[in-house]
Design a protein around this ligand. Sequence first.
Ligand SMILES: [Mg+2]
Length: 238
Amino acid sequence: MAVGRSTKLVLFDIDGTLLSIAERELNVFGLALERVFGTAGSIEAYSFAGKTDHQIAFELLSGAGRAASQIELGLPDLKDCYLEMLDEMLDTSGMAVLPGVIELLDQLAKDSSVVLGLQTGNWEAAAEKKLARFGLARYFVVGAFGDGQLDRNTLPPLARDRAEQRVGGRISSSHTVIVGDTALDIACARTWHMASVGVATGSTSQLELRSAGADLVVPTLADLDAGRLLGLTSRKPS
Ligand SMILES: [Mg+2]
């Protein structure tokens, strides 16, 4: 793998970006909250888009009057309960790899200057289950996950640090691209001066992704090739 200024890091979100969003997953998360905490709070009116699993649990439960210490205490059980139900959900929900994902990952994986990573609000164990189930795990060498993270904005530097350790060299913000389906993915990239691609295969429209400041917006990842994606890395000053 090439090291130094030429190394490029591409960080993918999972839900709505690599895999279709399954309505049933939200139900599974709610069911796990009810089993462990006795309530899922105002889950019907809550938007999961772009948030970390940790944040979702905290926001829903504190909204239902649970104290932070009580939430912390129940989190390991919540995670176990959710992961147990996730297997069954993945087999039956109709969740699928989104159009163009495999083709794009194959192209990027062939480029020795590219490090492929994840920046996802999923707990790491949930991300692993999802990617393994759909044969995508092999593409990604680093990642930053939702465990312990209340804000998605903390994820990109974590992923980059891990990528730098992996390649043994610095990777600049201007050589990093975030690919995601929500305005929060785009906000992450902007916070860290990274390039961003918004893909409208989740719950956010192309217009909203453009308004959020994405450098490039595509209807699906089938509308993007590796050359166009990596071209974004040279547009921003280092
Ligand atoms: Mg997403």
